[in-house]
Design a binder for this molecule. Structure first.
Ligand code: NAP
Length: 519
């Protein structure tokens, strides 16, 4: 069992009561009373706090952290020892003492633990500056066990990069008996969630973003509703979206809702990978060298799509031919044997969104004139898809050299962006960020060049009704919004990940709910 522990860091009794009540309502499975946050710390106050927490019937940890280890105040060591002893005598199930300070209070604590033999000691070490030097994490864990074999070692450090999390995973995987290990900071997010998969004794979550006691804590609500905490276990297959940034990706909400509805034992995470090709490759190597992690696949977004293609070309098994032509992989499938395959569902998502709106099949696009605005990553996928079915494409882009090189690759025409004002194509696809929030008054195409017999497709989905699509609707043209492409490419990814068809209704509901929340 991995407890979902919520820290209660209150300055007085009334604030603590409110926090404890809320933590229980939100679904905390354990409370950590951070007594170092109390103003005028004394034994009576700690007793009151414990009495209040024990009414919830949740297991209680009492901690009195010093500043060096992330605490709120430097109370004298003797007082902190008294607080922890009092906590045991008042019925706290756990006390947490910094390993660094243990020798100064071990006699008192060990004696109190003998008298309260059901309670347990957590011996903790924190490094806020980053990971410990290579190998020190495992040594610290051994030192803690040697100093007090009954104690639960707790080792926490700041991840400077997601690749720093793997040492914590290895420690949990290789340690017999109870242990706690995870990483702080935004780069450590996956370690707080996957702690449960690796049977960490506990993981911490906050009541709200404001009440977090350490950097990178997620909220109990997020863990329970978005990240499927109740379902997470050793056999859960893990998926995720790799990118930088990934904080605002809709994909975790979509895929976790799909897994939930289909009762699939899987979890989908945001996977922030800073850096470029080397950091990306190191991450995928870390994944495939540890089969116990159970990663099944990834969506890949900016800026890693080319690195994903290079990785599969070098170390993988199969690259979908069109992904090779596009020069980008947006989906990685990790086989049970650790072999990685690469796909691109952006082009299929774009084409399917288009043909569904016109009610035709892909082959009917053969010979149809299409104006693609933009020459970046999305434009490549759209051009590759349209070229594949034989559409007559003209690329318009602000930077003409980029339009030219894309046009040469796919054997189509190109013009400067300004020339889009005179276009006469049947289909217009905006693949630039023009019109995206917050610049919602902008459009890639002047309204007077849109005719009623056109189909206008804007890949931007924030907002859904961009200025371009509003102009097109006014002109009587058919419109396709960016969410349609997003939904269809996610459906194609789900099929690659699970082998089953995604429930389109669930994807639509989740996408539109998330977009409404953001607007
Ligand atoms: P990208 O590779 O960075 O390309 C950006 C393109 O937009 C380039 O052609 C760039 O022109 C052009 N551009 C940017 N700002 C401009 C401006 N102010 N004036 C004129 N042109 C401008 O980005 P991407 O990955 O292709 O993404 C483009 C857009 O697609 C995103 O903003 C997003 O809204 C949308 N998108 C949609 C989905 C979906 O599923 N619906 C998925 C991903 C992205 P230059 O070459 O001159 O710089």
């Amino acid at each position: 069992m991995t407890y979902l522990a919520v820290p209660v860091a209150a300055k007085d009794k009334s604030e603590a009561y409110e926090l404890i009540k809320t933590a229980q309502c939100e679904g905390a499975e354990m409370l950590e009373l951070r007594t170092d946050f109390l103003a005028d710390l004394n034994l009576d106050k700690v007793k009151e706090l414990i009495d209040c927490a024990r009414k919830t019937k949740l297991p209680v940890i009492v901690t009195c952290r010093d500043k060096a280890q992330g605490g709120a105040a430097d109370w004298p060591l003797s007082l902190r020892a008294e607080i922890l002893v009092e906590a045991l005598n008042c019925g706290a199930e756990f006390i947490d003492c910094e390993f660094e300070n243990f020798s100064g209070m071990q006699e008192k604590l060990k004696q109190a633990l003998v008298q309260n033999h059901e309670a347990r000691l957590i011996l903790s070490a924190h490094n806020f500056d980053g990971p410990w030097r290579q190998g020190k994490l495992a040594h610290l864990c051994e030192d803690i066990k040697a100093a007090c074999p009954e104690a639960i070692p707790k080792l926490v450090y700041t991840a400077k990069h997601i690749n720093d999390c793997f040492e914590a995973f290895d420690l949990l995987h290789n340690t017999e008996g109870d242990a706690i290990a995870f990483c702080m900071g935004v780069d450590g997010l996956i370690s707080r969630i996957l702690a449960k998969k690796f049977n960490s004794f506990l993981s911490f979550a906050s009541i709200s973003d404001d009440s977090a006691t350490a950097p990178g804590q997620v909220t109990v609500k997020q863990l329970k509703s978005l990240y499927r905490w109740q379902n997470l276990g050793a056999d859960t297959e893990i998926f995720g979206v790799i990118g930088n940034p990934v904080g605002h990706s809709l994909s975790p909400a979509i895929f976790n809702a799909l897994f939930d509805a289909a009762s699939i034992n899987a979890l989908y995470l945001p996977v922030l990978i800073r850096g470029e090709k080397d950091e990306f490759s190191e991450f995928v190597d870390n994944i495939i060298n540890r089969t116990s992690l159970g990663f099944g696949g990834f969506s890949v977004t900016i800026p890693h799509k080319t690195s994903a293609l290079d990785y599969v070309n070098t170390a993988g098994e199969f690259v979908e031919p069109l992904a090779g032509n596009i020069g980008a992989v947006n989906t990685l499938k990790v086989g049970f044997n650790g072999i990685v395959s690469g796909y691109n569902t952006d082009y299929a998502g774009a084409l399917d969104a288009l043909i569904a709106a016109i009610d035709i099949n892909r082959h009917d696009l053969h010979g149809t004139s299409a104006a693609v605005i933009g020459a970046g990553g999305v434009a490549r996928a759209v051009v590759a898809g349209l070229a594949d079915v034989g559409a007559k494409i003209t690329i318009y882009n602000r930077t003409v050299s980029k339009a030219r090189s894309l046009a040469e690759e796919f054997n189509c025409k190109y013009l400067p962006l300004a020339a889009a004002a005179n276009m006469s194509a049947k289909i217009i696809v905006n693949c630039t960020s023009i019109g995206m929030y917050p610049n919602t008054d902008a459009s890639a195409v002047p309204p007077d060049c849109i005719r009623p017999d056109m189909v206008v497709f804007d890949t931007v989905y924030n907002p859904l009704a961009t200025k371009l699509l509003q102009d097109a609707a006014r002109a009587g043209a058919r419109t396709v919004n960016g969410a349609e492409m997003f939904i269809r490419q996610a459906m194609a990814q789900y099929k690659i990940f699970t082998g089953s068809d995604a429930d389109e209704k669930i994807i639509r509901k989740t996408v539109f709910e998330c977009l409404a929340e953001d607007s």
